[in-house]
Design a protein around this ligand. Structure first.
Ligand code: ZN
Length: 456
């Protein structure tokens, strides 16, 4: 259903250039981030919600300046007890930089409406989702009769970059204040092409590291004078690629490793043997793994317990005798931890609402990149988490994606369909309604109270 206020507010939010990292224009970018937060807090204020602006700084070399964040809350029917439903929505208003502005059809920070789509940086990831939830909260709160739910909203300006002065710290403050959400919706893009086809219940973690191989640079014609790291690398690569972890489940893929980048040699020179080689590996891992254990597995496989098949390859003795030239480094202090939240009440309820509203059987999965959902478990291990947001590729145009190189999250000409934005809002409202019904039933059962007469 056409929702004018939602689309107007989404356009306003999209037209603020709250990008991260702040880059060189720190003051200007900080001001834009504050503007985006103010737009959100004005909506919270309008609906009678309480809110607090939070600014966090430090703890990151990547981001030495303060980051605006916002927490808002509305408690309809004040007698909510600890074990009654308290739902928290998590979102971010920072966006990745637009890249080459000339490649965009229009200004990435002026929402352009065309053929039922809004085009701007952050349309899909994830300003339209943030606005959909805020407006859902407002619409839900408008009619208090028979409503009984505490709703929180945590909005950060630090998700796309360091993620150290954002959701992690908001959640920590919530815990310190005794706020304990039972259900969490992360509003990140959650389905590929169509709204509602997927709900995420986890994400794998991410560990990055390097392999360095020391050689001895020299003239190609004098092999006794040099040691070529390129001879050793295929051995290391073969071992890394042979590692397997069978630790996934029906929702989450197994832990796996990819070598992302290799840097060695000089393609413009024909007779220099390189003196060193650097490669980057990336491990995406499930909630069954600890980063330290993964690092041990890698070290063991390369240095101590070579797989049997490796021992039979020609030149094995050469490799074994040169192991001291190899070093393995893992960036353990920038690991993104995985999370997995067993699908339960909230996932079922979201599936039910999607079926009712969109006639789609939503699948539950845990694929995709890291999100702030990973911080929830740290502070609220009992909370059930789902991720439900817009389609990752920006939504289909006339049933197809006309150009997969643009339109999706982090791409040029990022877009979101107006129908999807309104649809997401309606899903959120209905999820709030259904959770509220659960609370009313449980409170009346426990205390015989009638919540319909209570107001904030
Ligand atoms: Zn995002």
């Amino acid at each position: 259903m056409f929702n004018k206020e939602l689309i107007i507010n989404t356009k306003k939010l999209l037209s603020i250039s709250s990008e991260t990292p702040f880059g060189e224009n720190v003051d200007e970018k900080y001001a834009e981030c504050v503007r985006a937060m103010n737009l959100c807090s004005n909506i919270l204020d309008d609906m009678g919600a309480k809110f607090v602006n939070m600014e966090f700084a430090g703890d990151s070399e990547k981001w030495p300046y303060p980051v605006p964040n916002l927490y808002g809350e509305i408690n309809i029917c004040n007698n909510t007890k600890d074990n009654d439903e308290f739902i928290l929505y998590m979102g971010h208003i920072d966006v990745v930089p637009p890249g080459d502005i000339n490649a965009w059809t229009s200004n990435p920070f002026e929402a352009r409406e065309e053929n039922g789509f809004l085009y701007a940086r952050g349309a899909t990831d994830m300003k339209a989702s943030v606005m959909s939830f805020l407006m859902a909260m407002k619409d839900f709160a408008k009619k208090k009769k028979n409503k009984n739910l505490k709703i929180g909203v945590a909005i950060t300006g630090d998700e796309e970059w360091a993620a150290v002065n954002g959701s992690d710290k908001i959640l920590r403050c919530m815990k310190e204040q005794g706020l304990k959400p039972t259900k969490v919706i992360v509003g990140e893009p959650s389905s590929r092409e169509e709204l509602g086809t997927n709900i995420k219940v986890g994400r794998r973690g991410s560990l990055i590291g390097r392999v360095s191989i020391k050689g001895n640079q020299g003239h190609r014609a004098y092999p006794d004078l040099y040691s070529n790291p390129n001879r050793l690398f295929p051995f290391v690569n073969m071992i890394l690629n042979s590692l397997q972890w069978n630790d996934g489940n029906e929702f989450m893929a197994n832990t796996d490793l990819e070598v992302n980048a290799i840097d060695f040699g000089n393609l413009n020179h024909t007779s220099i043997i390189p003196g060193s080689l650097e490669a980057m590996y990336s491990v995406r891992f499930t909630d069954k793994q600890k980063p330290e254990d993964i690092v041990n597995t890698l070290n063991e496989a390369i240095f101590f317990k070579h797989p049997e098949f490796v021992k039979s390859i020609p030149g094995y003795d050469y490799y074994r005798n040169h192991l001291s030239s190899i070093s393995l480094i893992a960036n353990l202090n920038s690991v993104s931890l995985p999370y997995y939240s067993e699908p339960n009440v909230l996932a079922n309820l979201a599936q039910e609402v999607i079926k009712e509203k969109l006639k789609i059987d939503a699948k539950v999965d845990a694929f995709g990149g890291a999100t702030d959902g990973r911080f929830v478990h740290k502070y609220f291990p009992d909370a059930e988490i789902i991720e439900l947001g817009l389609p990752e590729n920006g939504g289909l145009i006339n049933g197809i994606n006309p150009d997969v190189s643009r339109g999706g999250m982090h791409q040029i000409d990022e877009r979101a369909s107006i129908t999807d934005i309104e649809g997401l809002h309606d899903l959120y409202v209905e999820i709030l309604n259904k959770l509220s019904e659960r609370n009313t039933v449980s409170i009346q059962r426990k205390e015989g109270l009638d919540c319909t007469t209570m107001t904030l």
